[in-house]
Design a protein around this ligand. Sequence first.
Ligand SMILES: [Ca+2]
Ligand SMILES: [Ca+2]
Length: 501
Amino acid sequence: MLTQDDIIYFVVTDRFCNGSRRNDSEVDPSNPKGFHGGDFAGLKKKIPYFQELGVTAVWLTPVYLNIGNFYDSAGYHGYWAMDFERVDWRLSGFEGDDAKESRARLKKLVEAFHQAGLKVILDMVVNHTGYHTHEYLDYPHRRFEDRHFNVNREGDLAEGWLSGLPDLDHDQPEIGDYFVQNILDWIEETGIDGIRMDTVKHVEDGFWYLFKSHIKTSHPEVTLIGEVLDYDPDFIGRYQQQNDFDTLFDFPLCSAIKETLVWDGPMTRIARPRLNPDEAKGILDKNKPYTNANRLVTLLDNHDLDRRITTEILDSVGHWDRDLAREILKLCFTFLCTTRGIPQFYYGSEIGLEGQHDPDNRRDMPWELFGSDQRPKHKHKFERDVFDHLFQMIRLRRANPAICYGYLFTLFVDHFIYAYLREFRGNLVLVVINNGCEAMPAPVRIEIARNGNIPPRIKALLADGQVLQSRIKAVPDTLVSDGGIDVRLPRKSAGIFTLGS
Ligand SMILES: [Ca+2]
Ligand SMILES: [Ca+2]
């Protein structure tokens, strides 16, 4: 089960680490759309790396046996399943026919992760099969007949063939039953902690009710994360409210981060002081559509989005100004690690790995930049600095339950500045963001005693004379005086304070 103190790291297994050459017969690293050889052996080898970075859960791309090379492309990413019951031999190294035995290979990997204190989230697909798999009538493991597929109604959310992929008709009981049993098998035979469900909005609604009654009831300990790619909280929230998805990817916040921290839009887009009920809402003020907004999975980018550092951050500052780009990337990490939700980081982001749209956003993890201490070598200053920052933010988050479990109070917002407070059972973290491209010319005053948004219980923790200890090197400690604090920050950065003695 995923909890709010988890930090998710997402890997495209084929691109992460090639731990065994024996399963590399279809590998062509020169083809950005081909197999590159990453596998379970590589994931296992990198367990110490996950531990060093401090993440607690690893999300793996789908492990189903995929179609091989297909025109200039291939099912390296796992989303083009040929057989939903067995693990791809390119990942596991097991080439035999026994599906159960192939799943036992995944179980071994999950056990190794568990022993290291890491959870495993398995990516699952029910919407579609790999290209042309519906036509392989003589395929020995064929489970579906032509009649099981939707007639392609282009543009229809549930019945259209997404990118031309054969689309299964989940209104047919046989299909629903097949996938319920299939998912139960994966859960019960591998011991995974969570499922990341692909393309949820493209599957007929009825299936999610079936899923809820069979899988959520028998395995409530397995966290279900829904990928509903939409930017409207009302639309995606429905899947948490009605279909009992434990959590969803917070694409609305992902978009707001892009508009503000990256493209310098007003911070009021993120949150508003909400001093009167008619005031427009920021994205963090729109929690109502969700069962629990604190459990949403927050993200900067993933394998379907351009890597933020390349097509957003460097585009916004100019590709020559890598110093400013680095500060913005670090600010995005600070925000993800201190705002509400469970943060997800995409492999390579921790060193500012670049990449435009698919497949460029799925480059091989450049392990040659790393030293034996599991960190980027000192000579790679950019990568080392970004890594060290995320390393610190992850530790800060893990040490402060206020960030994982606390309520979020907005203290102050204007175009450039956003100050918020997290509190849980006396543990308190105060964050002030300067989103300006210049250092603050004068300190900003954050009112506490007169702030109507803060309950008296918390005000008592922030009485005059209370020292606020800075958790960021470049920012000095501060002191509550005259009912508030004064904070002055460098460009595109944040001050983070905890209660000092
Ligand atoms: Ca390999
Ligand atoms: Ca569909």
